[in-house]
Write a protein that binds this ligand. Structure first.
Ligand SMILES: Cc1cc2nc3c(=O)[nH]c(=O)nc-3n(C[C@H](O)[C@H](O)[C@H](O)COP(=O)(O)OP(=O)(O)OC[C@H]3O[C@@H](n4cnc5c(N)ncnc54)[C@H](O)[C@@H]3O)c2cc1C
Length: 470
């Protein structure tokens, strides 16, 4: 019987455990033990219920285009619990000079694909609009050199586009900074389009026409979630695993390669395993692997993480009626706010708030505001309430408020990330019985983490000769 340790009980570690559990149930002689340092499983996936509202503390949904999370939900019997975002209400605003300005229709990430809405939008200056027109004739870029997202966007659309769209969008998704993030790691599709077509606008239009011609299925919602919130996925997944093998409140202090196996130490106990999957943030993996391979540990430490804070406020019907339609707004750095973005949850996922409630979820922190994590909850609430008053004129007392802090939870894929991940992978291959999973390597979203956990388990099982197509 082979034994595998899994360190980390977030969605990545649980996805690895599920892959091994399925093998075990089909008669493969393999066992696992999962160690999670906190008292609960699920990592940053946490759903609370307050005053009839469903409050997401971490992720609220995942991208429909990335299939792995929805596939896992279907496998564990949650297929009929998947819901799409209410895209008929999909409208996003940018805070510009203190006011909400609607993002023009046809913008795909920050690439305009429809001429008239962009030309007529008050969001961009004439200079940027001229840049957008010229972008259509942008030459191909064949350099293999990585660069920052800001450098790429500025070359195509000018600096205003970086400030108004690229940076706030990346802050909202990655808690990141466009002037640091790697275009090849974060927006590989755009890097490919630039080398094939030159113009991103033309590249996106071509891709869309091809997709439209190939599929006659109706458009799918951009975001997918679960009826009972993201934690529904964790609770159901945990129920499919062997409860005796899931150790919470078990901080792993050391993972040491010895002879032909691994010794994992948690609390006062050390146990031997044939293999170990480390499914923690990369900085925690770095600390655990320091004695096994100093260079590997060094590269893992090099993956930067940012911290974030989410604040959800519940309001009454009057506030709900006063808020604009749409999914919410992004606040560019030039506006000088601490808030990066806010979601009008009652519009994006209407069933998450009764009709007589407004649910507003705000994001703070990210790579440029690490201080927020040290700020008291009272102060954070004050900041959010002041800024909501200024931006969307909410003066009312909230009916409830929840503040969630996530320290060093969001990986930042900076320039050179792909090469770093390659080095990590080749060093890992020199340590038989070791696999890594999590948001530090090949994708930060929930679907990527599900895939990374399943792939890590597949690699270990393949090494043990127990997997035919890992
Ligand atoms: C506020 C926020 C909003 C987000 N929004 C979205 C979104 O809307 N859509 C989306 O797709 N993605 C979103 N993400 C990203 C996504 O949720 C995460 O990247 C993903 O959930 C990470 O899962 P994980 O299992 O790799 O890591 P984690 O959830 O961080 O889990 C790692 C676990 O390892 C444990 N651990 C660490 N060290 C040890 C140790 N030494 N011993 C034992 N256990 C240890 C930790 O306690 C933790 O539970 C968001 C992230 C955050 C923080």
């Amino acid at each position: 019987m082979k034994r595998i340790a899994i360190v980390g009980g977030g969605i990545s570690g649980l996805s690895a455990a599920y892959t091994i559990e399925k093998k075990r149930q089909s008669g493969t002689p393999v066992k696992y033990v999962l160690f999670e340092s906190s008292p609960r499983l699920g990592g940053v996936l946490v759903t609370d219920r307050v005053d009839g509202c469903l409050v997401e503390a971490g992720p609220d949904s995942f991208l429909t285009d990335k299939p792995w999370a929805a596939d896992l939900c279907c496998k564990i019997g949650l297929g009929d619990q998947l819901i799409g975002s209410n895209d008929s209400e999909r409208k996003t605003y940018i805070v510009a000079k203190g006011k909400l300005v609607e993002m023009p229709d046809g913008l795909m990430f920050m690439v305009p694909t429809k001429i008239m809405p962009t030309v007529l939008s008050p969001l961009f200056s004439l200079r940027t609009k001229i840049h957008m027109a010229k972008e259509w004739f942008h030459p191909r870029r064949n350099s293999p050199e990585d660069e920052t997202v800001a450098q790429m966007v500025e070359r195509h659309y000018g600096s205003e586009m970086v400030e108004l769209l690229a940076d706030p969008l990346l802050c909202g998704v990655y808690g990141g900074d466009a002037s640091q993030l790697s275009v090849r790691a974060v927006l590989p599709r755009f890097a490919d389009m630039e080398s094939k077509h030159g113009s991103l606008g033309r590249g996106l239009l071509k891709a869309r026409k091809k997709a439209d011609a190939a599929a006659d299925v109706p458009a799918r919602p951009v975001f997918t979630s679960l009826k009972e919130g993201m934690q529904q996925m964790i609770d159901t997944l945990v129920a499919r695993l062997d409860a005796n093998k899931l150790n919470t409140s078990s901080l792993v202090q050391a993972v040491i390669r010895e002879h032909d196996g691994w010794t994992v130490s948690a609390g006062y106990r050390s146990d031997r395993f044939d293999a170990v999957i480390i499914a923690t943030p990369a900085h925690a993996a770095a600390a655990l692997l320091l004695s096994s391979d100093e260079n590997l540990s060094h590269d893992l430490f090099g993956i930067q993480y940012s911290s974030s804070v989410t604040v959800t406020l519940g309001y009454d019907e009057k506030v709900r009626r006063s808020l604009p339609p749409g999914f919410g707004f992004l606040a560019p750095r030039s506006e000088g706010r601490r808030m990066l973005a806010a979601t009008f949850v009652h519009n994006k996922f209407p069933h998450r708030a009764p009709d007589n409630r407004a649910l507003v979820r705000c994001f703070l922190g990210g790579a440029r505001d690490e201080k927020i994590i040290q700020t008291s909850r009272e102060e954070i609430l004050q900041i959010v309430r002041d800024e909501l008053r200024q931006i969307v004129a909410i003066n009312a007392e909230p009916l409830f408020a929840r503040v969630y802090k996530w320290k060093s939870a969001m990986a930042q894929y900076s320039v050179g990330h792909l090469e770093r991940v390659q080095r990590i992978e080749s060093r890992r291959q020199n340590l038989p019985g070791l696999a890594l999973a999590g948001n530090g390597y090949n994708g930060i979203g929930v679907p990527d983490c599900v895939r990374s956990g399943a792939e890590a388990a597949g690699k270990i099982l393949a090494e043990m000769g127990m997997w035919s197509s890992a």
